[in-house]
Write a protein that binds this ligand. Sequence first.
Ligand code: PEP
Length: 247
Amino acid sequence: MKKYIVGNWKMNHNLSNIEDFFSSLKIEGAQCETWVAPQAIHVPHLIERAKGTNLKIGVQNICEHEKGAFTGEISVTSALDIGATFCLVGHSERRSLYNEDDDLLNKKVHTALNSGMKVIFCVGEQLIERQNGMTNKVLKNQILEGLEGIKPNSFQDGQLLIAYEPVWAIGTGEVATPEQAQQAHAHIRAVLAVELRLETKEIPLLYGGSVKPANAEGLLSQKDIDGALVGGASLKGDDFTKLTNII
Ligand code: PEP
């Protein structure tokens, strides 16, 4: 299975910060996939800027419809057309700030996979849910609802990835322990295999939530963790580079 370091830049970075990122990025010899999702408005610039490097560029969100009268939305086919290769679906900020529910997320997953775009489908429990012992149940529900109707063999190897991102660890500096993350990943693999009959060897599982070079080693060495989805620490080229050396 390939390994992945994926940056989610959220609504950060201007053109000058992007130059700073590239000036300290050294990923020529990286043994893993290196992906970044900048703000949508910067995607064409990033694709141009990343030419000649191993960096692949994606979008943080897509519309569930392919085209039409959907003002302000991002078409998956247009994103593919300009060279974006992947999209995030179900990030906790989309779920909580923009009320994206399981049904909508499921439509987005289908639209993206049907168009041939790689999908990182994000799941994760709130702190209160973990405290109440509901983590496994929440993850199972999010996966069963979000991936409903996805058939085994309906997508290619590595086209669907899952990111386990405990909500309490995103942008908080509070990272899951390697044991907590491994337990959640093993559970996700079991749900994919047993409930959905999906070939889990073909579905990379990424951990996300306050990953940085100082805490990545323990997480990325876990058996069921195939990479990281990284917010804050992916904004700096040298931290991004360090993560690619750790995995
Ligand atoms: C994220 O937004 O997907 C994320 C994991 O952010 P951070 O690394 O900053 O916690």
